[in-house]
Design a protein around this ligand. Structure first.
Ligand code: GDP
Length: 432
């Protein structure tokens, strides 16, 4: 079901309005800075349509101050929701904080509905007109406390909410961008030559046409791929000793320009610090990762066993990486690169709906709650996948989650939803 996020600064009556929308009779929760509420997401029903209501309030004590935290709320709302409801206090008018939030929301691709709350009295309606200045369209007067016009507001919300939540964003147009990196002599040029035969080059449009062609178009498995920054590789410009800094800068640039990275390793040699550094760079840059073990023609049974041990020891931080064994010399298994690239990119692009994510997470947490810290049991309230490329989860909790528990959640998340070959980020936001 689609998600509506409610944003607004403290004391505008967000919680009262949330309760009003949910149609609850219970005591109204106080909308005061620092007051902790129990949950963040609620199931709402109006005119026969269900939607999820996410109350993004509750982080008023952000280090960036009130404006920063409300702007962060707005950002989060935009990346999470299918529509955003901004609540302002009509008796106060547009404050500087409201304006800051509106500025963020005006960039939003999802619909934004502006509610002018505390219009308890007919006479106040005229004053809501000043809220047009926020640039978010018509202000909708409402009195959350008395219920005045809340039905009209809900009709407006439903009209703005799409039927189905946005699941996956369309992938970028054109061939997917691949970087081929690895320390000198692992066989990058050889592999590129094997893959391309006759390389078709692509000129960097942004830099103009006068520069050297920097990228290569490569057809693998019936699909075009754009290998970025391959000019040096094709010219076989080898990195002289002492040039390591520049080589690593170049690697960094290629990784940043790519969506998926092939880190080429020499399977006939022990995994080195330099290899691990490049792998870490890819995962920190948040790119999809394929590890290609090259020179497989030189690998015998002994070396294979040794390599398995090196992998167990050295690659504990990227157990999720796609792996393929190849030989640029003989051409062995180079065809397998394309399926690995595709798998990694699928995970990189993948989005799990808020509903699926939370029903899975509540079961997981019930079966294995986070460890107690300082005598307190942190509760996991709600999660949302705030982004893709790489997939990024935000967990809302009542307390700090240890790194070990976060890794556990990540591992289970990967298993449950089939994420392979892409880093997954988990951010924890602690309420209170
Ligand atoms: P780069 O520095 O990563 O571009 O590495 P090159 O492509 O220049 O290769 C370095 C050396 O490794 C060359 O002598 C290649 O012939 C050799 N080489 C590359 N791939 C393979 C392979 O799969 N098997 C074997 N046995 N040698 C390879």
């Amino acid at each position: 079901q689609p998600v509506l996020a409610v944003v607004g600064r403290p004391n505008v009556g967000k919680s009262t309005l949330v309760n009003r929308i949910l149609g609850r009779r219970e005591a109204v929760v106080q909308d005061v800075p620092g007051v902790t509420r129990d949950r963040v997401a609620y199931d709402a029903l109006w005119a026969g349509r269900r939607f999820t209501l996410v109350d993004t309030g509750g982080w008023e004590q952000d280090a960036d101050g009130l404006q920063g935290s409300v702007a962060a709320q707005a950002d989060l709302a935009m990346s999470t929701a299918d529509a955003v409801l901004l609540v302002v206090d009509a008796t106060v008018g547009a404050s500087a904080t409201d304006e800051a939030v509106a500025k963020v929301l005006r960039r939003s691709k999802c619909p934004v509905i502006l509610a002018a709350n505390k219009v308890d009295d007919q006479r106040l309606i005229a004053e809501t007109a000043s809220l047009w200045s926020l640039g978010l369209g018509e202000p909708h007067p409402v009195s959350a406390l008395h219920g005045r016009s809340s039905g009209d507001l809900l009709d407006t919300i439903l009209a703005a909410l799409p039927e189905a939540p946005r699941e996956k964003r369309a992938p970028a147009a054109g061939p997917r961008r691949v970087a081929l990196v690895g320390k000198p002599n692992v066989g990058k040029s050889s592999l590129l030559n094997k893959l391309t035969g006759e390389p078709r080059s692509v000129v960097d449009e942004a830099a103009g046409t006068t520069v050297d062609p920097v990228d290569s178009l490569v057809e693998l498995d019936g699909q075009d791929w754009r290998f970025v920054d391959t000019a040096g590789l094709r010219k076989r410009v080898q990195t002289a000793s002492g040039m390591e800094y520049y080589a690593s800068l170049r690697t960094k640039t290629a990784i940043d320009a790519a969506e998926v990275v092939i880190v080429l390793l020499d399977a006939s040699q022990p995994l080195s610090e330099q290899d691990l550094r490049v792998i870490t760079m890819v995962s920190e840059a948040g790119r999809a990762l394929v590890l290609a073990f090259n020179k497989w023609d030189l690998v015998d049974d002994d070396r294979r066993n040794q390599l398995e041990r090196e992998i167990d020891r050295g690659l504990v931080r990227v157990p999720w990486a796609e792996r393929v064994n190849v030989s640029a010399l003989t051409g062995r298994a180079v065809r397998k690169l394309a399926p690995s690239l595709r798998t990694a990119l699928e995970s990189w692009d993948q989005r799990v709906s808020t509903g699926q994510l939370n029903s899975w997470l509540s079961e997981l947490v019930a079966a294995k709650p986070p460890p107690v810290r300082g005598g307190k049991q942190p509760k996991v309230l709600f999660a949302t996948q705030a982004g893709i490329r790489p997939p990024t989860l935000v967990l809302f909790t009542t307390g700090f989650l240890e790194a070990g528990y976060r890794r556990f959640v990540e591992r289970k998340f990967r298993e449950r939803f089939g994420f392979h070959g892409s880093p997954v980020r988990i951010n924890v936001r602690v309420r209170e």
